[in-house]
Each structure stands twice: as structure tokens, then as C-alpha cells.
Design a protein around this ligand. Structure first.
Ligand code: FAD
Length: 462
């Protein structure tokens, strides 16, 4: 029987990072993956969606070319080429991960892993069944889209994010159930491609995990682009499935006819059927594996990370948890600090937040001041013709420390890194405001927001 000090189950951004970290620390490591390395993030999530968004961004810019003094005739989006490009980007990154695993001497085993005992992993692969004995096991089996029984997912019109990424043509109309990050990113892709997009959200705002102010700003922008929203509304069922699509009934009494329907109402941890429950690994109500700050499960020697443990289901969180689990599994002491996790939405414009909102800070008993800067006052944003939105810093009035930020605007997902660093290391608004930022850059907006909080902003009068 093959033996390894660490066996990692699942090769997504949690699992492959854990495997590489454990190997860096000198362990013999086997990574078992039943499908393709990179997991959801690389094959069905972060990267494919961002590649499509990059294509539709090019289309959006070309459609505005005249504004920039460039005449373009006959703009023809080619969806099939966009999808091909997506596959090429994914394949290149997948190849990169395979090389990294090899370079770090991580043995890759293709097959579905089941825990037979806390130390024995059975792998069913193309070539049959094998068993591996491990000193430590790291579970990183990820998640899959929630498919509520209300909808018939065997019908060609009813899709999750997995199937949307395989479409041959953009639909003429798309009903999106759920307006979280995934729903909104697809809304932007298909709105740019000319699809009539309708979004139904049962909560009282789109992007329920973001601040109300940011969410309503985003909704107004998409509303102007023709996306139709039904907020605080539920899809009660599908009245009709036909070869042309679906007719959905809403609790408001309205009906929506759409060629395709994307159900993006959340994801469920992949934790059933792999022997975890037989070993008594404690699970939460959502099927998430319960872990402590060292990513240890209730069973000695077994760790779990990423979407499988629920919590913040993001690739960078899975990777950070992977590093913590690998360090603990190889005899080091490591815990994860979740207080600074940037959250990004790659819509147009982008949204990013980190740390505390003003409301949250106040509920924690902190008196805050706000520093704000509108992109309409940013030279760089105006040169790019992307002046919608603002950057806002939440600052502790007593200490001047930056507690958090909410940004909606161009490259918000890049800008948030500076604030994440500030929040993580307790930097003050003064420290950010007195650091020279290059001009013209979008990053100046963070400096300006910090100066604004101190009443010494040059480029804003509010
Ligand atoms: P996964 O990536 O799901 O990987 C789990 C792996 O385990 C899979 O490859 C699976 O095949 C394998 N596996 C499962 N069971 C077994 C078994 N028994 N044996 C062997 N292998 C097994 N996050 C971001 O941070 N930024 C984004 O922009 C972003 N965009 C997203 C867009 C979409 C459309 C979706 C769906 C998700 C997006 N996410 C994004 C979320 C991100 O993809 C996940 O949080 C991340 O992939 C979780 O990583 P993981 O390693 O825990 O699990």
C-alpha cells in the first residue's frame, strides 16, 4: 500500500495549495482529484467567469469607441471564440498547476477518494481501486451549486453556473434567480452580449452580503443598462417548460418568460458519500465540516478546508485555509485570521470591500468617521471613461485606524488590496493620506478618501 505523510483530497485552490505547502515543509504528499486540478475556481468559477467578463469588457469598450475618437464599424461579438479563449486560459493555468505540483514533488492521483478509516484513503480511478495510507488527511472537496427541487434541472433551459459556462450561444432572454456575486457577474456578461436579463431576488437588496449603499448604486447602473430587477420577490415555480424556454411564476403574481434560467442561489459543501460521516467527522447543518482555527476536524489527524467547511466560500479563503491546515498537519502552529478577507464582485463597474462597514463598526461600539472619494473626481478614471462610483474608508475616530472600505468603481478589485493591508496591519488614515501615490492613478482615490476623512482633501469639497 502506498504511504504518504499527507494526503489531500480535492485539487481546487484549497487542496492544491495545501499540498504544495505541505511539500514545501518537507512532507511526502499525495493529492487526489477526481476531475481536473484547479477545482471549481479554475474550471467552473473564478477564471472562466473573469475570462468571459474580459471579453465582454472589450465589447463594451468597442461599443463606446466613438467616444474615445475611434471609429469602429461592424462590431461582431463571437461567442464561440469567447468560449474557446476561456478554455485556452483555463487549460494554460491548469498546466501551470500540474507543473507546480511536479516541481514540489507532490504525487497527483486521479480518482475519487473515500475515507475508509482516519488513515486509509481508497481511490477509485480509471485503472481501478487503490488504497493509500496517510499520517494526516486534508479534506478539500469543495462545493456544488444548490439545485432546489422546485426546478427541473433535467430541462435544457434550467441551468446552474456549471451549465451556463458551456452554452453554445447567448440566450435571447435570461432569468437569473438570485442576485448574489455569481448571478450579477453573469448578468453583466449577458447584458453586454444583448441578452434581455431579468433578476429575481428574495432579499430586500441585490448582493445581500454587501452594504445597501453599494448594492443600490450597482442596481441603478444595471437598471440603466436594461437589466430588470424584481427585489423582495420569490420565484414560486415554473408554470411551463417548453422547447423555447420556461415561464416562471413570481409570488407577486407576475410571470416571466425566458429562453434560459440561471439558478444561482448558493452552493452546498461536497461532503456526502465519501465516508466522512461514517468516521464521525462533525458536520454543521449545511453539510459543512466543522473545524477549529487550525482547520482540525473533530477526528484526530483529519483537517478540512475551503468550501467544504462553509463559511466564506471564496478561492483565496480556501487557499489561506489550505496553508494553515498544511502547516498544522506538518507539525507547525498556524491559525487563520478571518478579520481581513477582501470580497470582490467583477461586475462593471467592479465592487470590492474589506473589513468593517460603518454600520458594523458602530454595532461593535466604535465611533467612526468616513472618508469618501468619487471616481468622477479622479483624473485616471476620467481618462478611461470609467468615472462611476466611489471609494469609501471607514475609520476609527478614536485611533484614526482604517477599519474597512467599500469601493464601487473601476478596478475596485485591485484597489482593495491597499486597504486590506492597512486594515490587517492597523495603519491610520493619516499614514495612507501622507503616502505619495502616483498621479494619475486610480490608487490616488484611496489616498484622497483618507485625506477626506481628515478634512484635508484637495480634490473633493465634501
Ligand atoms: P473546489 O474548487 O470546489 O475544489 C474541490 C475539488 O475537489 C474539485 O476539483 C472536485 O472535483 C474535488 N473532489 C471533490 N470530492 C472529491 C473526492 N471524493 N475525491 C477526489 N476529488 C474530489 N471565488 C473567488 O474567490 N473569486 C471569484 O471570482 C470567484 N468566482 C466564482 C465564480 C463562480 C461561477 C463560482 C461557481 C465560484 C466562484 N468562486 C470565486 C468561488 C470559488 O470557486 C470557490 O470558493 C473555490 O473554488 C473553493 O475552493 P475549494 O478548493 O474549497 O473547492
Amino acid at each position: 500500500m502506498e504511504k504518504a505523510q499527507v494526503v489531500v483530497i480535492g485539487g481546487g485552490p484549497g487542496g492544491y495549495v495545501a499540498a504544495i505547502r505541505a511539500a514545501q515543509l518537507g512532507a511526502s504528499v499525495v493529492l487526489v482529484e477526481k476531475d481536473k486540478v484547479g477545482g471549481t475556481c479554475l474550471n467552473r468559477g473564478c477564471i472562466p467567469t473573469k475570462t468571459l467578463l474580459a471579453s465582454t469588457h472589450v465589447l463594451d469598450v468597442i461599443n463606446r469607441a466613438a467616444e474615445f475618437g475611434v471609429e469602429v464599424k461592424d462590431v461582431q461579438p463571437k461567442f464561440s471564440r469567447m468560449m474557446e479563449r476561456k478554455e485556452q486560459v483555463v487549460a494554460q493555468l491548469r498546466q501551470g498547476i500540474r507543473q507546480l505540483l511536479k516541481a514540489n514533488k507532490v504525487k497527483f492521483v486521479k480518482g475519487e477518494a473515500t475515507l475508509v478509516s482516519p488513515r486509509i484513503i481508497r481511490v477509485e480511478g480509471d485503472k481501478g481501486s487503490e488504497e493509500i495510507e496517510a499520517d494526516k488527511v486534508i479534506i478539500s472537496t469543495g462545493s456544488t451549486p444548490v439545485r432546489p427541487p422546485l426546478f427541473d434541472f433535467s430541462h435544457a433551459a434550467v441551468l446552474t453556473s456549471d451549465e451556463v459556462l458551456k452554452l453554445g450561444e447567448p440566450p435571447k432572454s435570461l432569468l437569473i434567480v438570485g442576485s448574489g456575486v455569481i448571478g450579477l457577474e453573469f448578468a453583466c456578461v449577458f447584458n453586454s452580449l444583448g441578452t434581455q436579463v431579468t433578476m429575481v431576488e428574495m432579499m430586500d437588496q441585490i448582493l445581500p452580503t454587501e452594504s445597501k449603499m453599494i448594492a443600490s448604486h450597482m442596481q441603478r447602473i444595471l437598471d440603466r443598462r436594461g437589466v430588470v430587477f424584481h427585489i423582495q420577490t420569490k420565484v414560486e415555480g415554473i408554470k411551463d417548460y417548453s422547447s423555447n424556454g420556461v415561464t416562471a411564476t413570481l409570488n407577486s403574481g407576475e410571470e416571466i418568460v425566458a429562453e434560459k434560467m440561471l439558478v444561482s442561489i448558493g452552493r452546498r459543501p461536497n461532503t456526502k458519500g465519501y465516508g466522512f460521516e461514517n468516521l464521525g467527522i462533525a458536520m454543521g447543518p449545511a453539510g459543512n465540516i466543522i473545524v477549529d482555527a487550525k482547520m482540525r476536524t473533530s477526528v484526530e489527524g483529519i483537517y478540512a478546508i475551503g468550501d467544504a467547511v462553509g463559511g466564506i466560500m471564496l478561492a483565496h479563503v480556501a487557499s489561506a485555509e489550505g496553508i494553515v491546515a498544511a502547516e498544522n498537519a506538518t507539525g507547525h502552529e498556524s491559525v487563520l485570521d478571518y478579520s481581513v478577507v477582501p470580497s470582490c464582485v467583477y461586475t462593471s463597474p467592479e465592487i470590492a470591500s474589506v473589513g468593517l462597514t460603518a454600520d458594523k463598526a458602530q454595532t461593535l461600539g466604535k465611533e467612526v468617521k468616513i472618508g469618501k472619494f468619487p471616481f468622477a473626481a479622479s483624473g485616471k478614471a476620467l481618462t478611461a471613461g470609467e468615472d462611476a462610483g466611489f471609494a469609501q474608508l471607514v475609520i476609527d475616530r478614536a485611533t484614526d485606524r482604517v477599519l474597512g472600505a467599500q469601493i464601487i468603481g473601476p478596478h475596485a478589485t485591485e484597489l482593495i488590496a491597499e486597504v486590506a493591508l492597512a486594515v490587517r496591519w492597523g495603519l491610520t488614515a493619516e499614514q495612507i493620506g501622507t503616502t505619495i501615490h502616483a498621479h494619475p492613478t486610480l490608487a490616488e482615490s484611496i489616498m484622497e478618501a483618507a485625506e477626506n476623512a481628515q478634512g484635508r482633501a484637495i480634490h473633493t469639497a465634501w
